[in-house]
Design a protein around this ligand. Structure first.
Ligand code: DP6
Length: 332
């Protein structure tokens, strides 16, 4: 790690990612260390663009899609910027302008692209030069899934053993040449009710299934990476849907139970399985919200999108190719 000159302003873009093997549970809250690894695909269509400007004044400022933000969102960004300030020995306040090219209120994965972009732009603004691994570790402190959005394409996150989080980072699986696209069925239901951070902590503390869930993740990771390598769709469908359903079973078994699925989610699951039974290479996952994400080869994406947009309760369908990692756009 070296320090270079401080830029007054830096802008970065990062894309959201969707996990094929889910992250659900932490081993340490303070450093945000996941209890197990995960495996994701970064998505081109969902991106966040963030500008960090050093400024005079006593407080950080945050603007989301042009509107000033306060409360929990500002506190989370400010605490994240403190990690960077502490490393470079600065007390300078910042103005953060962040915008998503997709509706934040829909509850689509926004913390991943948000903190990957903030890590990239924030470190550049303060002249903190980080390796990709260090950037992934930094982004993880903002949000676990953000560690994966530092990289493009298929990405594997490891939890490691180190209590200081130095082994909890992601790396790109760049040797894979399978091309999967995503079809997101946005449920009409609106924002998610229990955020993933709170949901996974509540699950860890109260779900009798949590140990069994965590135990399954490591073998799912190995098997999923192998199935991606072998382009074995049947195996991928079994593994990816299995990881998703086991994560949700864990959350549902919490007390009180957390239920992210809604009627449109179930309708979309049925539709994906019917498509697969009829010969389409497609499988689904669902994050901490009601939206379904289907993965399919590019040639079948239009047919999958048409079938999902026709599902009851699906308000909108977003399709996406794989996306690139977090990138610095400009400094000045
Ligand atoms: C269901 O990364 O949002 O999307 O680390 O608390 O910010 P924090 O959690 P977050 O959790 C993502 C949960 C998930 C599964 C996944 O993306 O792996």
């Amino acid at each position: 790690m070296t320090h270079c000159y401080i830029s007054a302003v830096a802008t970065a873009t990062a894309h959201a990612n969707i996990a094929l093997v889910k992250y659900w549970g932490k081993s340490q809250v303070a450093l945000n260390i996941p209890a197990a690894g995960s495996l994701s695909l970064t998505l081109e269509a969902l991106s966040t663009r963030t500008q960090v400007s050093l400024q005079d004044g006593a407080e950080d400022q945050l603007y989301l899609d042009g509107a000033p933000a306060e409360g929990r969102a500002l506190a989370r960004v400010s605490a994240f910027m403190d990690l960077i300030r502490d490393r470079v020995g600065s007390t300078a306040r910042v103005r953060v302008d962040s915008s998503n090219n997709f509706p934040t209120a829909a509850g689509l994965a926004s913390s991943a692209s948000a903190f990957a972009a903030l890590a990239r732009a924030g470190s550049a603004a303060f002249g903190l030069e980080l390796s990709p691994r260090e950037l992934s570790i930094l982004a993880r402190r903002g949000s676990g899934s953000a560690a994966r959005s530092v990289f493009g394409g298929f990405v594997r996150m490891q939890a490691g053993q180190a209590a200081d989080g130095s082994e909890a980072f992601a790396r790109p699986l760049s040797e894979l040449d399978l091309e999967l696209h995503a079809v997101i069925a946005v449920a009409a239901a609106g924002p998610k009710k229990v955020g993933s951070t709170d949901g996974m902590e509540h699950t860890r503390q109260t779900s009798p299934y949590h140990a069994a869930w965590l135990q399954q993740v490591e073998s799912d990771l190995e098997a999923t990476e192998a199935a991606l390598k072998e382009k074995d769709f049947d195996r991928l469908a079994e593994l990816v849907e299995g990881s998703c359903l086991a994560m949700h079973a864990d959350a549902m078994a919490a007390r009180p139970g957390i239920l992210y699925f809604q009627a449109p989610t179930l309708a979309a699951i049925e539709r994906v399985r019917a498509l697969r039974a009829a010969g389409t290479e497609v499988f689904f996952t669902v994050d901490a919200g009601p939206h379904l994400v289907a993965f399919t080869p590019p040639a079948q994406r239009a047919a999958v999108a048409a079938a999902l947009s026709d599902c009851p309760g699906v308000a909108e369908v977003i399709t996406s190719a794989p996306g690139a990692g977090a990138a610095l756009e400009s400094t000045g």
